[in-house]
Design a protein around this ligand. Structure first.
Ligand SMILES: NC(=O)c1ccc[n+]([C@@H]2O[C@H](COP(=O)([O-])OP(=O)(O)OC[C@H]3O[C@@H](n4cnc5c(N)ncnc54)[C@H](O)[C@@H]3O)[C@@H](O)[C@H]2O)c1
Length: 426
């Protein structure tokens, strides 16, 4: 750990604990010993948490042995969906799951602002982690999570499941073989119709719900339906807009296909041209990430399902010998003067879950398809795209020092203030 890294970690986490003590605690739990049959828990049981419970439980060599949600109704529903077995532990507090030494791994499928905090707690407790996208709610969380994952030696998989999809793996390999010549531009497309959410009145949280815990590190705020299940995506305190929601899949694929990491500069514009409601995040957004010899462009419209280059959600790679499109229907290339030709198929969530369990069983974090190195890079691009949109100017990214050169306002948005009692764990 460099001095700068150590300083950032300690000051962001708001702690005075000596770095050496911290390192030794984590090192004691480091390593990923092989396991025969994985005992897995799912934390956060909305639409995607239910999907996790089903996918993990369907595997022959994995048992879902615990479920956790601050909402008892969702907890009961997910329990029923995986058969309602009496041996399944049901908890409102994720800490109870983490202190259970018989549990090997956890899925973190809460709202975004809880992803990194729970992942850090889980690694500290010696668990393997499958964290949904985006793995972080802000840039510095990603940096801390990446360091913690590396140090732990545990398997930490990201919910950017296209990394495990054979069709997309094939398309990326095809690009790397140079069939398109030099690829100088990739366009990540996120076009869809998302309805307005209106203005939600302040009300009491539903009975039995631990709303304070749901808010967690975010500032205290009264309950409304637009801060709650799913709609939190559109509030900066909890979500990352649709760029960090659906957009991260396309940004991740575009970065993967281009073979690039962090950009040197980011310019963006966006806003609300369509919604007039409780949305804080943009409904229209254009972001350009600049690299030494190529550009990655993200284009988002949430008020129309019209396709661009034949795709509503997808990525188009432009080379000097042709283009490759990768969308819901699969991957297609068109070489200059040639026919549009199908290359391969589309996305596959079960394959990412399978890859995670294989790595947990074998103790091989190095074989994860969506490891933190890639996850944090793609999440960081989304956060920087959002920051550039919010401050309204071009950012110069200093990847070595994790700062926007000479931009104090942008740098403030690289992290958040953690509510007392919910600071990042060390
Ligand atoms: N990989 C994918 O393709 C994909 C698809 C959909 C959603 N997701 C991700 O999954 C996550 C969840 O999405 P969703 O649509 O299910 O959201 P949701 O709001 O419907 O569900 C989140 C659940 O987490 C619970 N929760 C929140 N904080 C908690 C805490 N501290 N402890 C325990 N439970 C807590 C909530 O009560 C809620 O039931 C998001 O981060 C989203 O980006 C990924």
């Amino acid at each position: 750990m460099t001095d700068l890294t150590r300083r950032t970690f300690l000051s962001t986490a708001g702690t005075t604990v000596a770095a050496s003590a911290l390192l030794s605690t984590w090192a004691q739990r480091a390593g990923a010993a092989p396991v025969e049959r994985v005992r897995h828990a799912v934390i956060g049981l909305g639409g995607q948490g239910h999907q996790h419970a089903r996918e993990f439980d369907a595997l022959d060599d994995c048992d879902v042995v615990a479920l956790c949600d601050v909402d008892p109704e969702r907890l009961a529903h997910a329990h029923k969906e995986i058969g309602g077995g009496s041996g399944i532990r049901l908890e409102k507090e994720f800490e109870r799951i983490l202190e259970d030494a018989t549990i090997d791994s956890v899925s973190i499928v809460t709202a975004d602002h809880w992803h990194t905090p729970i992942a850090l707690h889980a690694l500290k407790a010696g668990k393997h982690v499958y964290v949904e996208k985006p793995c972080s709610h802000n840039v510095l969380e990603g940096k801390i999570l990446l360091e913690a994952a590396d140090r732990s030696g545990k398997c930490v998989q990201h919910g950017t499941q296209s990394r495990s999809s054979p069709g997309i793996q094939e398309a990326v390999a095809w690009l790397a073989e140079g069939h398109l010549g030099k690829v100088r531009l990739a366009k990540a497309i996120n076009h869809q119709m998302r309805g307005p959410i209106g203005h939600a009145a302040v009300e009491e949280p539903p009975a039995g719900v631990d709303y304070d815990r749901w808010l967690g590190p975010a500032p205290k705020a009264p309950f409304t339906k637009n801060r709650w299940h799913y709609q939190w995506h559109w509030n900066w305190d909890y979500g990352c807009g649709d760029m960090g929601n659906d957009g991260i899949h396309q940004v991740d694929q575009a970065r993967w296909g281009l073979g690039v990491g962090y950009p040197k500069a980011i310019s963006a514009s966006g806003g609300q041209l369509f919604y007039d409601d409780d949305h804080q995040t943009p409904d229209t957004q254009m972001v350009t990430f600049e690299y030494d010899d190529c550009y990655l462009v993200y284009e988002m419209r949430l008020w129309t399902s019209y396709k661009l280059e034949g795709h509503d959600n997808g990525v188009v790679f432009y080379g000097d010998k042709g283009i490759l499109e990768n969308g819901r229907e699969g991957c297609f290339y068109t070489l200059t003067g040639g026919e549009r030709t199908r290359l391969s198929g589309g996305i596959d969530l079960p394959a990412n879950v399978r890859n995670f369990i294989d790595c947990v069983k074998a103790g091989t974090p190095g074989k994860l398809h969506a490891p933190m190195k890639e996850a944090v890079a793609s999440a960081t691009l989304c956060h920087l795209g959002n920051i550039a949109t919010r401050v309204g100017r071009r950012l110069h990214w200093d990847a070595e020092n994790w700062t926007c050169t000479g931009d104090g306002e942008a740098n403030k948005l690289l992290t958040r203030e953690y509510r007392k009692g919910y600071e990042l764990p060390v």
